[in-house]
Design a protein around this ligand. Structure first.
Ligand code: ADP
Length: 403
């Protein structure tokens, strides 16, 4: 089946046409500046020249129409007509307490997604706009919603409950939800295959390290705990997000700097993390260059902080699971930077990790699944390139096939 995977942002719409038999993308691309001046589409079909053009994109509907026009174009496209799209799979950031798996986008389901809006206003609003645009333009094509939070819905109460007055938790659905679920699900599934033992017996820590980063403890194929919380701000420090900090810093800074709730939110989400500590960039590559080539102390501190936090969570989750079979690194930083894999694993010999520096330093492009632990290592360390699209496409096909 060809599944059109859609990820809608406030002024953007990213897409992939994914074939579930060949497990490959037939086309990828994105529309930018929707609702603004200078709208454009960029589109890539493997084996063909990349295609870009400006287009007046007033709404997400205009964008999705242009995507279909481009996919079915005789020169730059890859399919003959819209009928070759079997289903649409939407990536939705937050499923709140309502969704533990992927579902068909019915009216009833969309009403529940609407209830998740206040949990992630910046993400759910655009997702809903994208979903409605696709429903309007592709009336006969089934649409499936795949939630970033769903894989984490197996967490036990003691892991997902915050120690605040429970009437607030209940009133506002405040709890740990966790994010990057499709990525943690994909890499833990691959790791279970590599371990070659029954899924129920496996204990894996998955480290998704990108602009947004999270770690999950996956015990018996199910999430026991994860670092992101009520929102994707919790846990590890990220490109521009603070990660977990003493919550009293929030009210302290609001008072001292006379900041509103929106302003402190911006500080913690957009001005913190690597950017906040290093100061010059939120990109791990820039930070590493500054540390290695210019001996920049703040860059060095940012990298050592992140590595330390990753190490700390590996240890914490090994304890929470009562053991450890494997650690997996994935996503932009985890896949492309040897030091963020080696630094956290050093000093964990007592846990059974015998890290293989040679294998780690020899990782080449294209990035493939690679073992980073020595042959006799009790705990396996792996680099596994993530494939969230495969999970979204498979789930979409499964939901549609069951109709
Ligand atoms: P997002 O969370 O936006 O999907 P990514 O997973 O793409 O983010 O991760 C972005 C981070 O990955 C950046 O900090 C960047 O430095 C790093 N990164 C991405 N590609 C590379 C690369 N080829 N080499 C080194 N670092 C990379």
């Amino acid at each position: 089946m060809n599944v059109l995977i859609v990820n809608a942002g406030s002024s953007s719409l990213k897409y992939q046409l994914f074939n579930t038999e060949s497990k490959t993308a037939l086309a990828k691309g994105g529309c930018e500046r929707i609702g603004e001046e200078g709208g454009a589409i960029s589109h890539k079909v493997p084996g063909k020249e990349p295609y870009e053009r400006l287009a007046d994109l007033k709404t997400h509907e205009d964008a999705i129409k242009l995507v279909i026009e481009t996919l079915t174009d005789s020169k730059v496209g890859c399919i003959g007509s819209m009928s070759e799209i079997g289903a649409v799979g939407h990536r939705v950031v937050h499923g709140g307490p309502y969704f533990t798996g992927s579902v068909l986008a019915t009216e009833e389901v969309l009403e529940k997604v609407e209830l998740c809006r206040e949990l992630a206003p910046l993400h759910i609003g655009p997702s809903l706009v994208g979903i409605h645009a696709c429903l309007d333009v592709m009336k006969d094509v089934p649409q499936v919603l795949v939630f970033d939070t769903a894989f984490h819905s197996t967490m036990p109460k003691e892991a997902y409950t915050f120690a605040i007055p429970q009437e607030y938790s209940e009133k506002y659905h405040i709890r740990r939800y966790g994010f990057h679920g499709s990525s943690h699900r994909y890499v833990s599934r691959e790791m279970i295959k590599i371990l070659g033992k029954p899924a129920e017996e496996t204990k894996i820590v998955t480290c998704h390290l990108g602009n947004g980063s999270s770690i999950a403890a996956v015990k018996g194929g199910k999430v026991l705990d994860t670092t992101m919380g009520f929102t994707p701000l919790d846990g590890l420090m990220m490109g521009t997000r603070s990660g977990a900090i003493d919550p009293a810093i929030v009210s302290f800074l609001m008072e001292k700097e006379n900041l509103s709730a929106a302003e402190i939110n911006t500080v913690l989400n957009k001005k913190s993390g690597i950017l906040g500590v290093y100061g010059a960039s939120s990109d791990f590559r820039d930070c590493r260059t500054a540390m290695e080539e210019r001996k920049d102390e703040r860059a060095s501190l940012a990298i050592h902080m992140l590595a330390y936090q990753v190490k700390k969570y590996i240890g914490a989750y090994a304890a929470a699971m009562g053991g450890l079979d494997a650690v997996v690194f994935t996503a932009g930083i985890g896949e492309n930077n040897n030091i963020i894999r080696s630094m956290p694993c050093k000093g964990l010999e007592f846990l059974g990790i015998d890290f293989d520096d040679e294998a780690n330093d020899a990782v080449k492009r294209p990035i493939e699944t690679t073992c980073l632990s020595k042959a006799g290592s009790k705990v396996k360390v792996y680099l596994i390139p993530t494939n969230e699209e495969l999970i979204i496409a498979e789930d979409t096909e499964a939901v549609v096939s069951a109709l």
